[in-house]
Design a protein around this ligand. Sequence first.
Ligand SMILES: *[C@@H]1O[C@H](CO)[C@@H](O)[C@H](O)[C@H]1NC(C)=O
Ligand SMILES: *[C@@H]1O[C@H](CO)[C@@H](O)[C@H](O)[C@H]1NC(C)=O
Ligand SMILES: *[C@@H]1O[C@H](CO)[C@@H](O)[C@H](O)[C@H]1NC(C)=O
Length: 431
Amino acid sequence: MECRKLNLMVLTFLIMVYLPKVNVQTSENAKNLLYQIFNASAYNKAVRPTYEQNTSTDVVIDFYLTSIINLDSQKEKLTTSGYLTISWNDYYLQWTPATYGELTSTFIPQDNVWKPDISLQNGVSELKGLGSTSLFVYVLSNGSVYWDPVGIFESNCGIDITYFPFDIQTCTLKFVAWSYTKDEVNVMEGNKGIILDKYEENSEWSIVDTSVDTLQESIDAAVVFSIKLKRKPLFFLLNVILPVILLSLLNVCIFVLPAESGEKASFSVTVFLSLAVFLTIVTATLPQNSEKVSLLGIYLVLMANFSTLIVILTLFILRLNFRDVDEDPIPSWLIKLQRIVEVLRCRKCNKVHHAMISQAEVPNFDSGYTISTEEATSISKKSKSPTPDEKPKITWNHICNALDFVFFWIFFIATFITTVTIFSICSKNDV
Ligand SMILES: *[C@@H]1O[C@H](CO)[C@@H](O)[C@H](O)[C@H]1NC(C)=O
Ligand SMILES: *[C@@H]1O[C@H](CO)[C@@H](O)[C@H](O)[C@H]1NC(C)=O
Ligand SMILES: *[C@@H]1O[C@H](CO)[C@@H](O)[C@H](O)[C@H]1NC(C)=O
């Protein structure tokens, strides 16, 4: 019993003796520290915090990118959100932790201490200081200061639209200490570059690559963060490119319509107008840049040119269709052309109708005559041994059909080659 009581008393005594010595950092410690710094030592935030003012303050910058808000191709402006982590050493913010209850770190409102005036050199909005008055800097007892100003950065970004919409853009954010030269404040990159831990994916752009570089110019130093962005092309593929390709197909099909239908002219003008509308839509999304032309723009202009040509040719063919052979004899080269077309066509005709009719009657079907089945069989019976006299006389209508055939294939091949060439060049950029 006695022994136990004694033990308890010793224990209580020991606790009472050692309790104050346990390291508890009280608010008094923090207050004392701030009083010491700001009142007793009269910290002046205008003084660059090195003891010898001829030595430079090294400022290390890292960038956490949280999202790409927008890359405006027209205004050539990249809007990003994120925060910088800026750290430096402040000679006047050092203390011995033992004096302040082992207090090793503290937070100080950002406006109460010296900060490098880091700003975005290639920004496109009005310059204001980084961070805000409500932010704090984190200070360690050895004088290291950490400042994480968060913000939305609007920077200028030259857009190269050549391969639109398969384009890859490289945008930079260039941070400098605006008022100081590099002999006073020397900015440098951290070893982490652009940190994407907290990045949220953008629906229009994906990040291909990022890099960071410190530029040492004659009097200034700058930290340049580069972001390589690739456009996700699906939207433009579905909404612009696919309709344009289909329209150019329609364009060629004007030559399939027979002249007698009376629709040729209006149809061709309609297709031309639709192409013109798409040209307007695409130009509205591109920067007004006269140095570089987009391949898609060239493609649309080519298609519009083809369309114009097709309208003109259609009008001429329509006019020829209503000529009379007796008044305007057909020139011999057109007759030759018609014969060649006949041969080209009849290879196909024979495959389909070879059991029914012989070669000589084929022009009759092409020229739009309606022949009843009895007539057709009688003709094919008669034509077992065709004589030159029985060959039908070539009219302007035959010539028009032949011209339609020729132009259909010319424009079809031209459109096909242009489309394949332009889009294979564009998507080669897509590596
Ligand atoms: C410390 O200085 C600040 C600003 O100079 C002043 O507002 C504050 O009252 C001072 N504190 C003490 C305890 O003197
Ligand atoms: C700064 O000046 C002091 C005194 O003149 C000199 O000893 C020191 O080397 C200088 N430091 C630098 C970095 O120039
Ligand atoms: C202060 O301490 C931190 C953490 O231990 C360290 O990263 C930093 O480099 C130190 N700063 C200086 C100036 O020694």
